[in-house]
Ligand binder design. Structure first.
Ligand code: AMP
Length: 279
């Protein structure tokens, strides 16, 4: 496994990889969710590239950029064990050198949900992912359904900007008690960690209601809101029942597929989770 930092090193190492190449973009502090993407890439591609970059432009001024968890030696051990060929760890200077002034702005699908709560977030995400794609030139790129809106935004960008690659979206990986794996779960104290299971429990309740025939979007949103509000350590930021491709909120009856998603503060930690109904 080769580890590189600069664009020149990356390009040189990339040229030596057999095609097709699969790229897995990450912010490091890896867990089984990340590794599931790496395994999908390893299964489907001849060369596997993982990027580790905590992208400052996708964090808001009051967000957790300065305390974002990291353990690079552990990440590298995990990636080596998965048979990754190339790890790209650019610095902020490599990605955004002095004078940098170019941004990728995806429009409608970035407006609701996470985009409404985190202004500028998806501009940072789309820009850095476009830069990763341009530098690595993968044939496939792997993202997690955990960040459902991010997957939609990247797919939109790839289509609109004619990136010659396929976006692969992998299922959410969860702990045994249902909590979706996230690097941010380390912020939770034991009581908060226990309370955090309310996100996945509320999605299960929605799934059960849906399977019993409930098709009213607002009734499904209310199931989640009621369960989150009943958990003293949790505070609901938003709950949504939206069309999975446009992310437009569904009013009234669900006819096709529906993306149930939420952002919840558990203590000071902001967690997201989602479920697609009708798959
Ligand atoms: P991050 O390091 O949080 O930026 O995540 C890197 C990639 O891993 C993104 O495409 C995420 O959607 C994906 N990911 C994060 N957590 C999970 C999870 N629990 N299951 C599946 N994919 C995940």
């Amino acid at each position: 496994m080769i580890t590189v930092s600069t664009i020149a090193e990356l390009r040189a190492a990339r040229q030596c990889l057999p095609d097709p190449v699969g790229l897995v973009p990450t912010m490091g502090f890896l867990h089984e969710g990340h590794l599931s993407l790496v395994r999908a890439a390893r299964d489907e591609c001849a060369g596997v590239v993982v990027s580790i970059f905590v992208n400052p432009t996708q964090f808001g001024p009051k967000e957790d950029l300065s305390i974002y968890p990291h353990d690079l030696p552990r990440d590298l051990r995990l990636l080596e064990a998965e048979g990754v060929d190339l790890v790209w760890i650019p610095t902020v200077e490599v990605m955004y050198p002095p004078g940098y002034q170019t941004w990728v702005d995806v429009m409608d699908v970035t407006k609701p949900l996470e985009g409404a709560m985190r202004p500028g977030h998806f501009r940072g995400v789309a820009t850095v992912v476009a830069k990763l794609f341009n530098a690595v030139q993968p044939q496939k790129a792997y993202f997690g359904q955990k960040d459902a809106q991010q997957a939609v935004v990247i797919q939109r960008m790839v289509q609109d900007m004619n990136f010659p690659l396929e976006v692969v979206v992998c299922p959410i990986r969860r702990d045994a008690d249902g909590l979706a794996l996230s690097s941010r779960n380390v912020y939770l104290n034991p009581a908060e960690r226990q309370a955090a299971t309310v996100l996945s429990r509320s999605l299960l309740a929605v799934q059960t209601a849906y399977q019993s025939g409930e098709r009213n979007a607002s009734a499904l949103r209310k199931i989640i809101a009621a369960m989150i509000e009943a958990e003293p350590l949790a505070h609901l930021q938003y709950v949504s029942c939206a069309a999975p491709d446009t992310l437009q909120e569904i009013e009234g009856v669900i006819t096709g597929r529906a993306l149930l998603s939420m952002a919840v503060y558990v203590g000071a930690t902001r967690l997201i989770d989602n479920l697609v109904l009708g798959e």
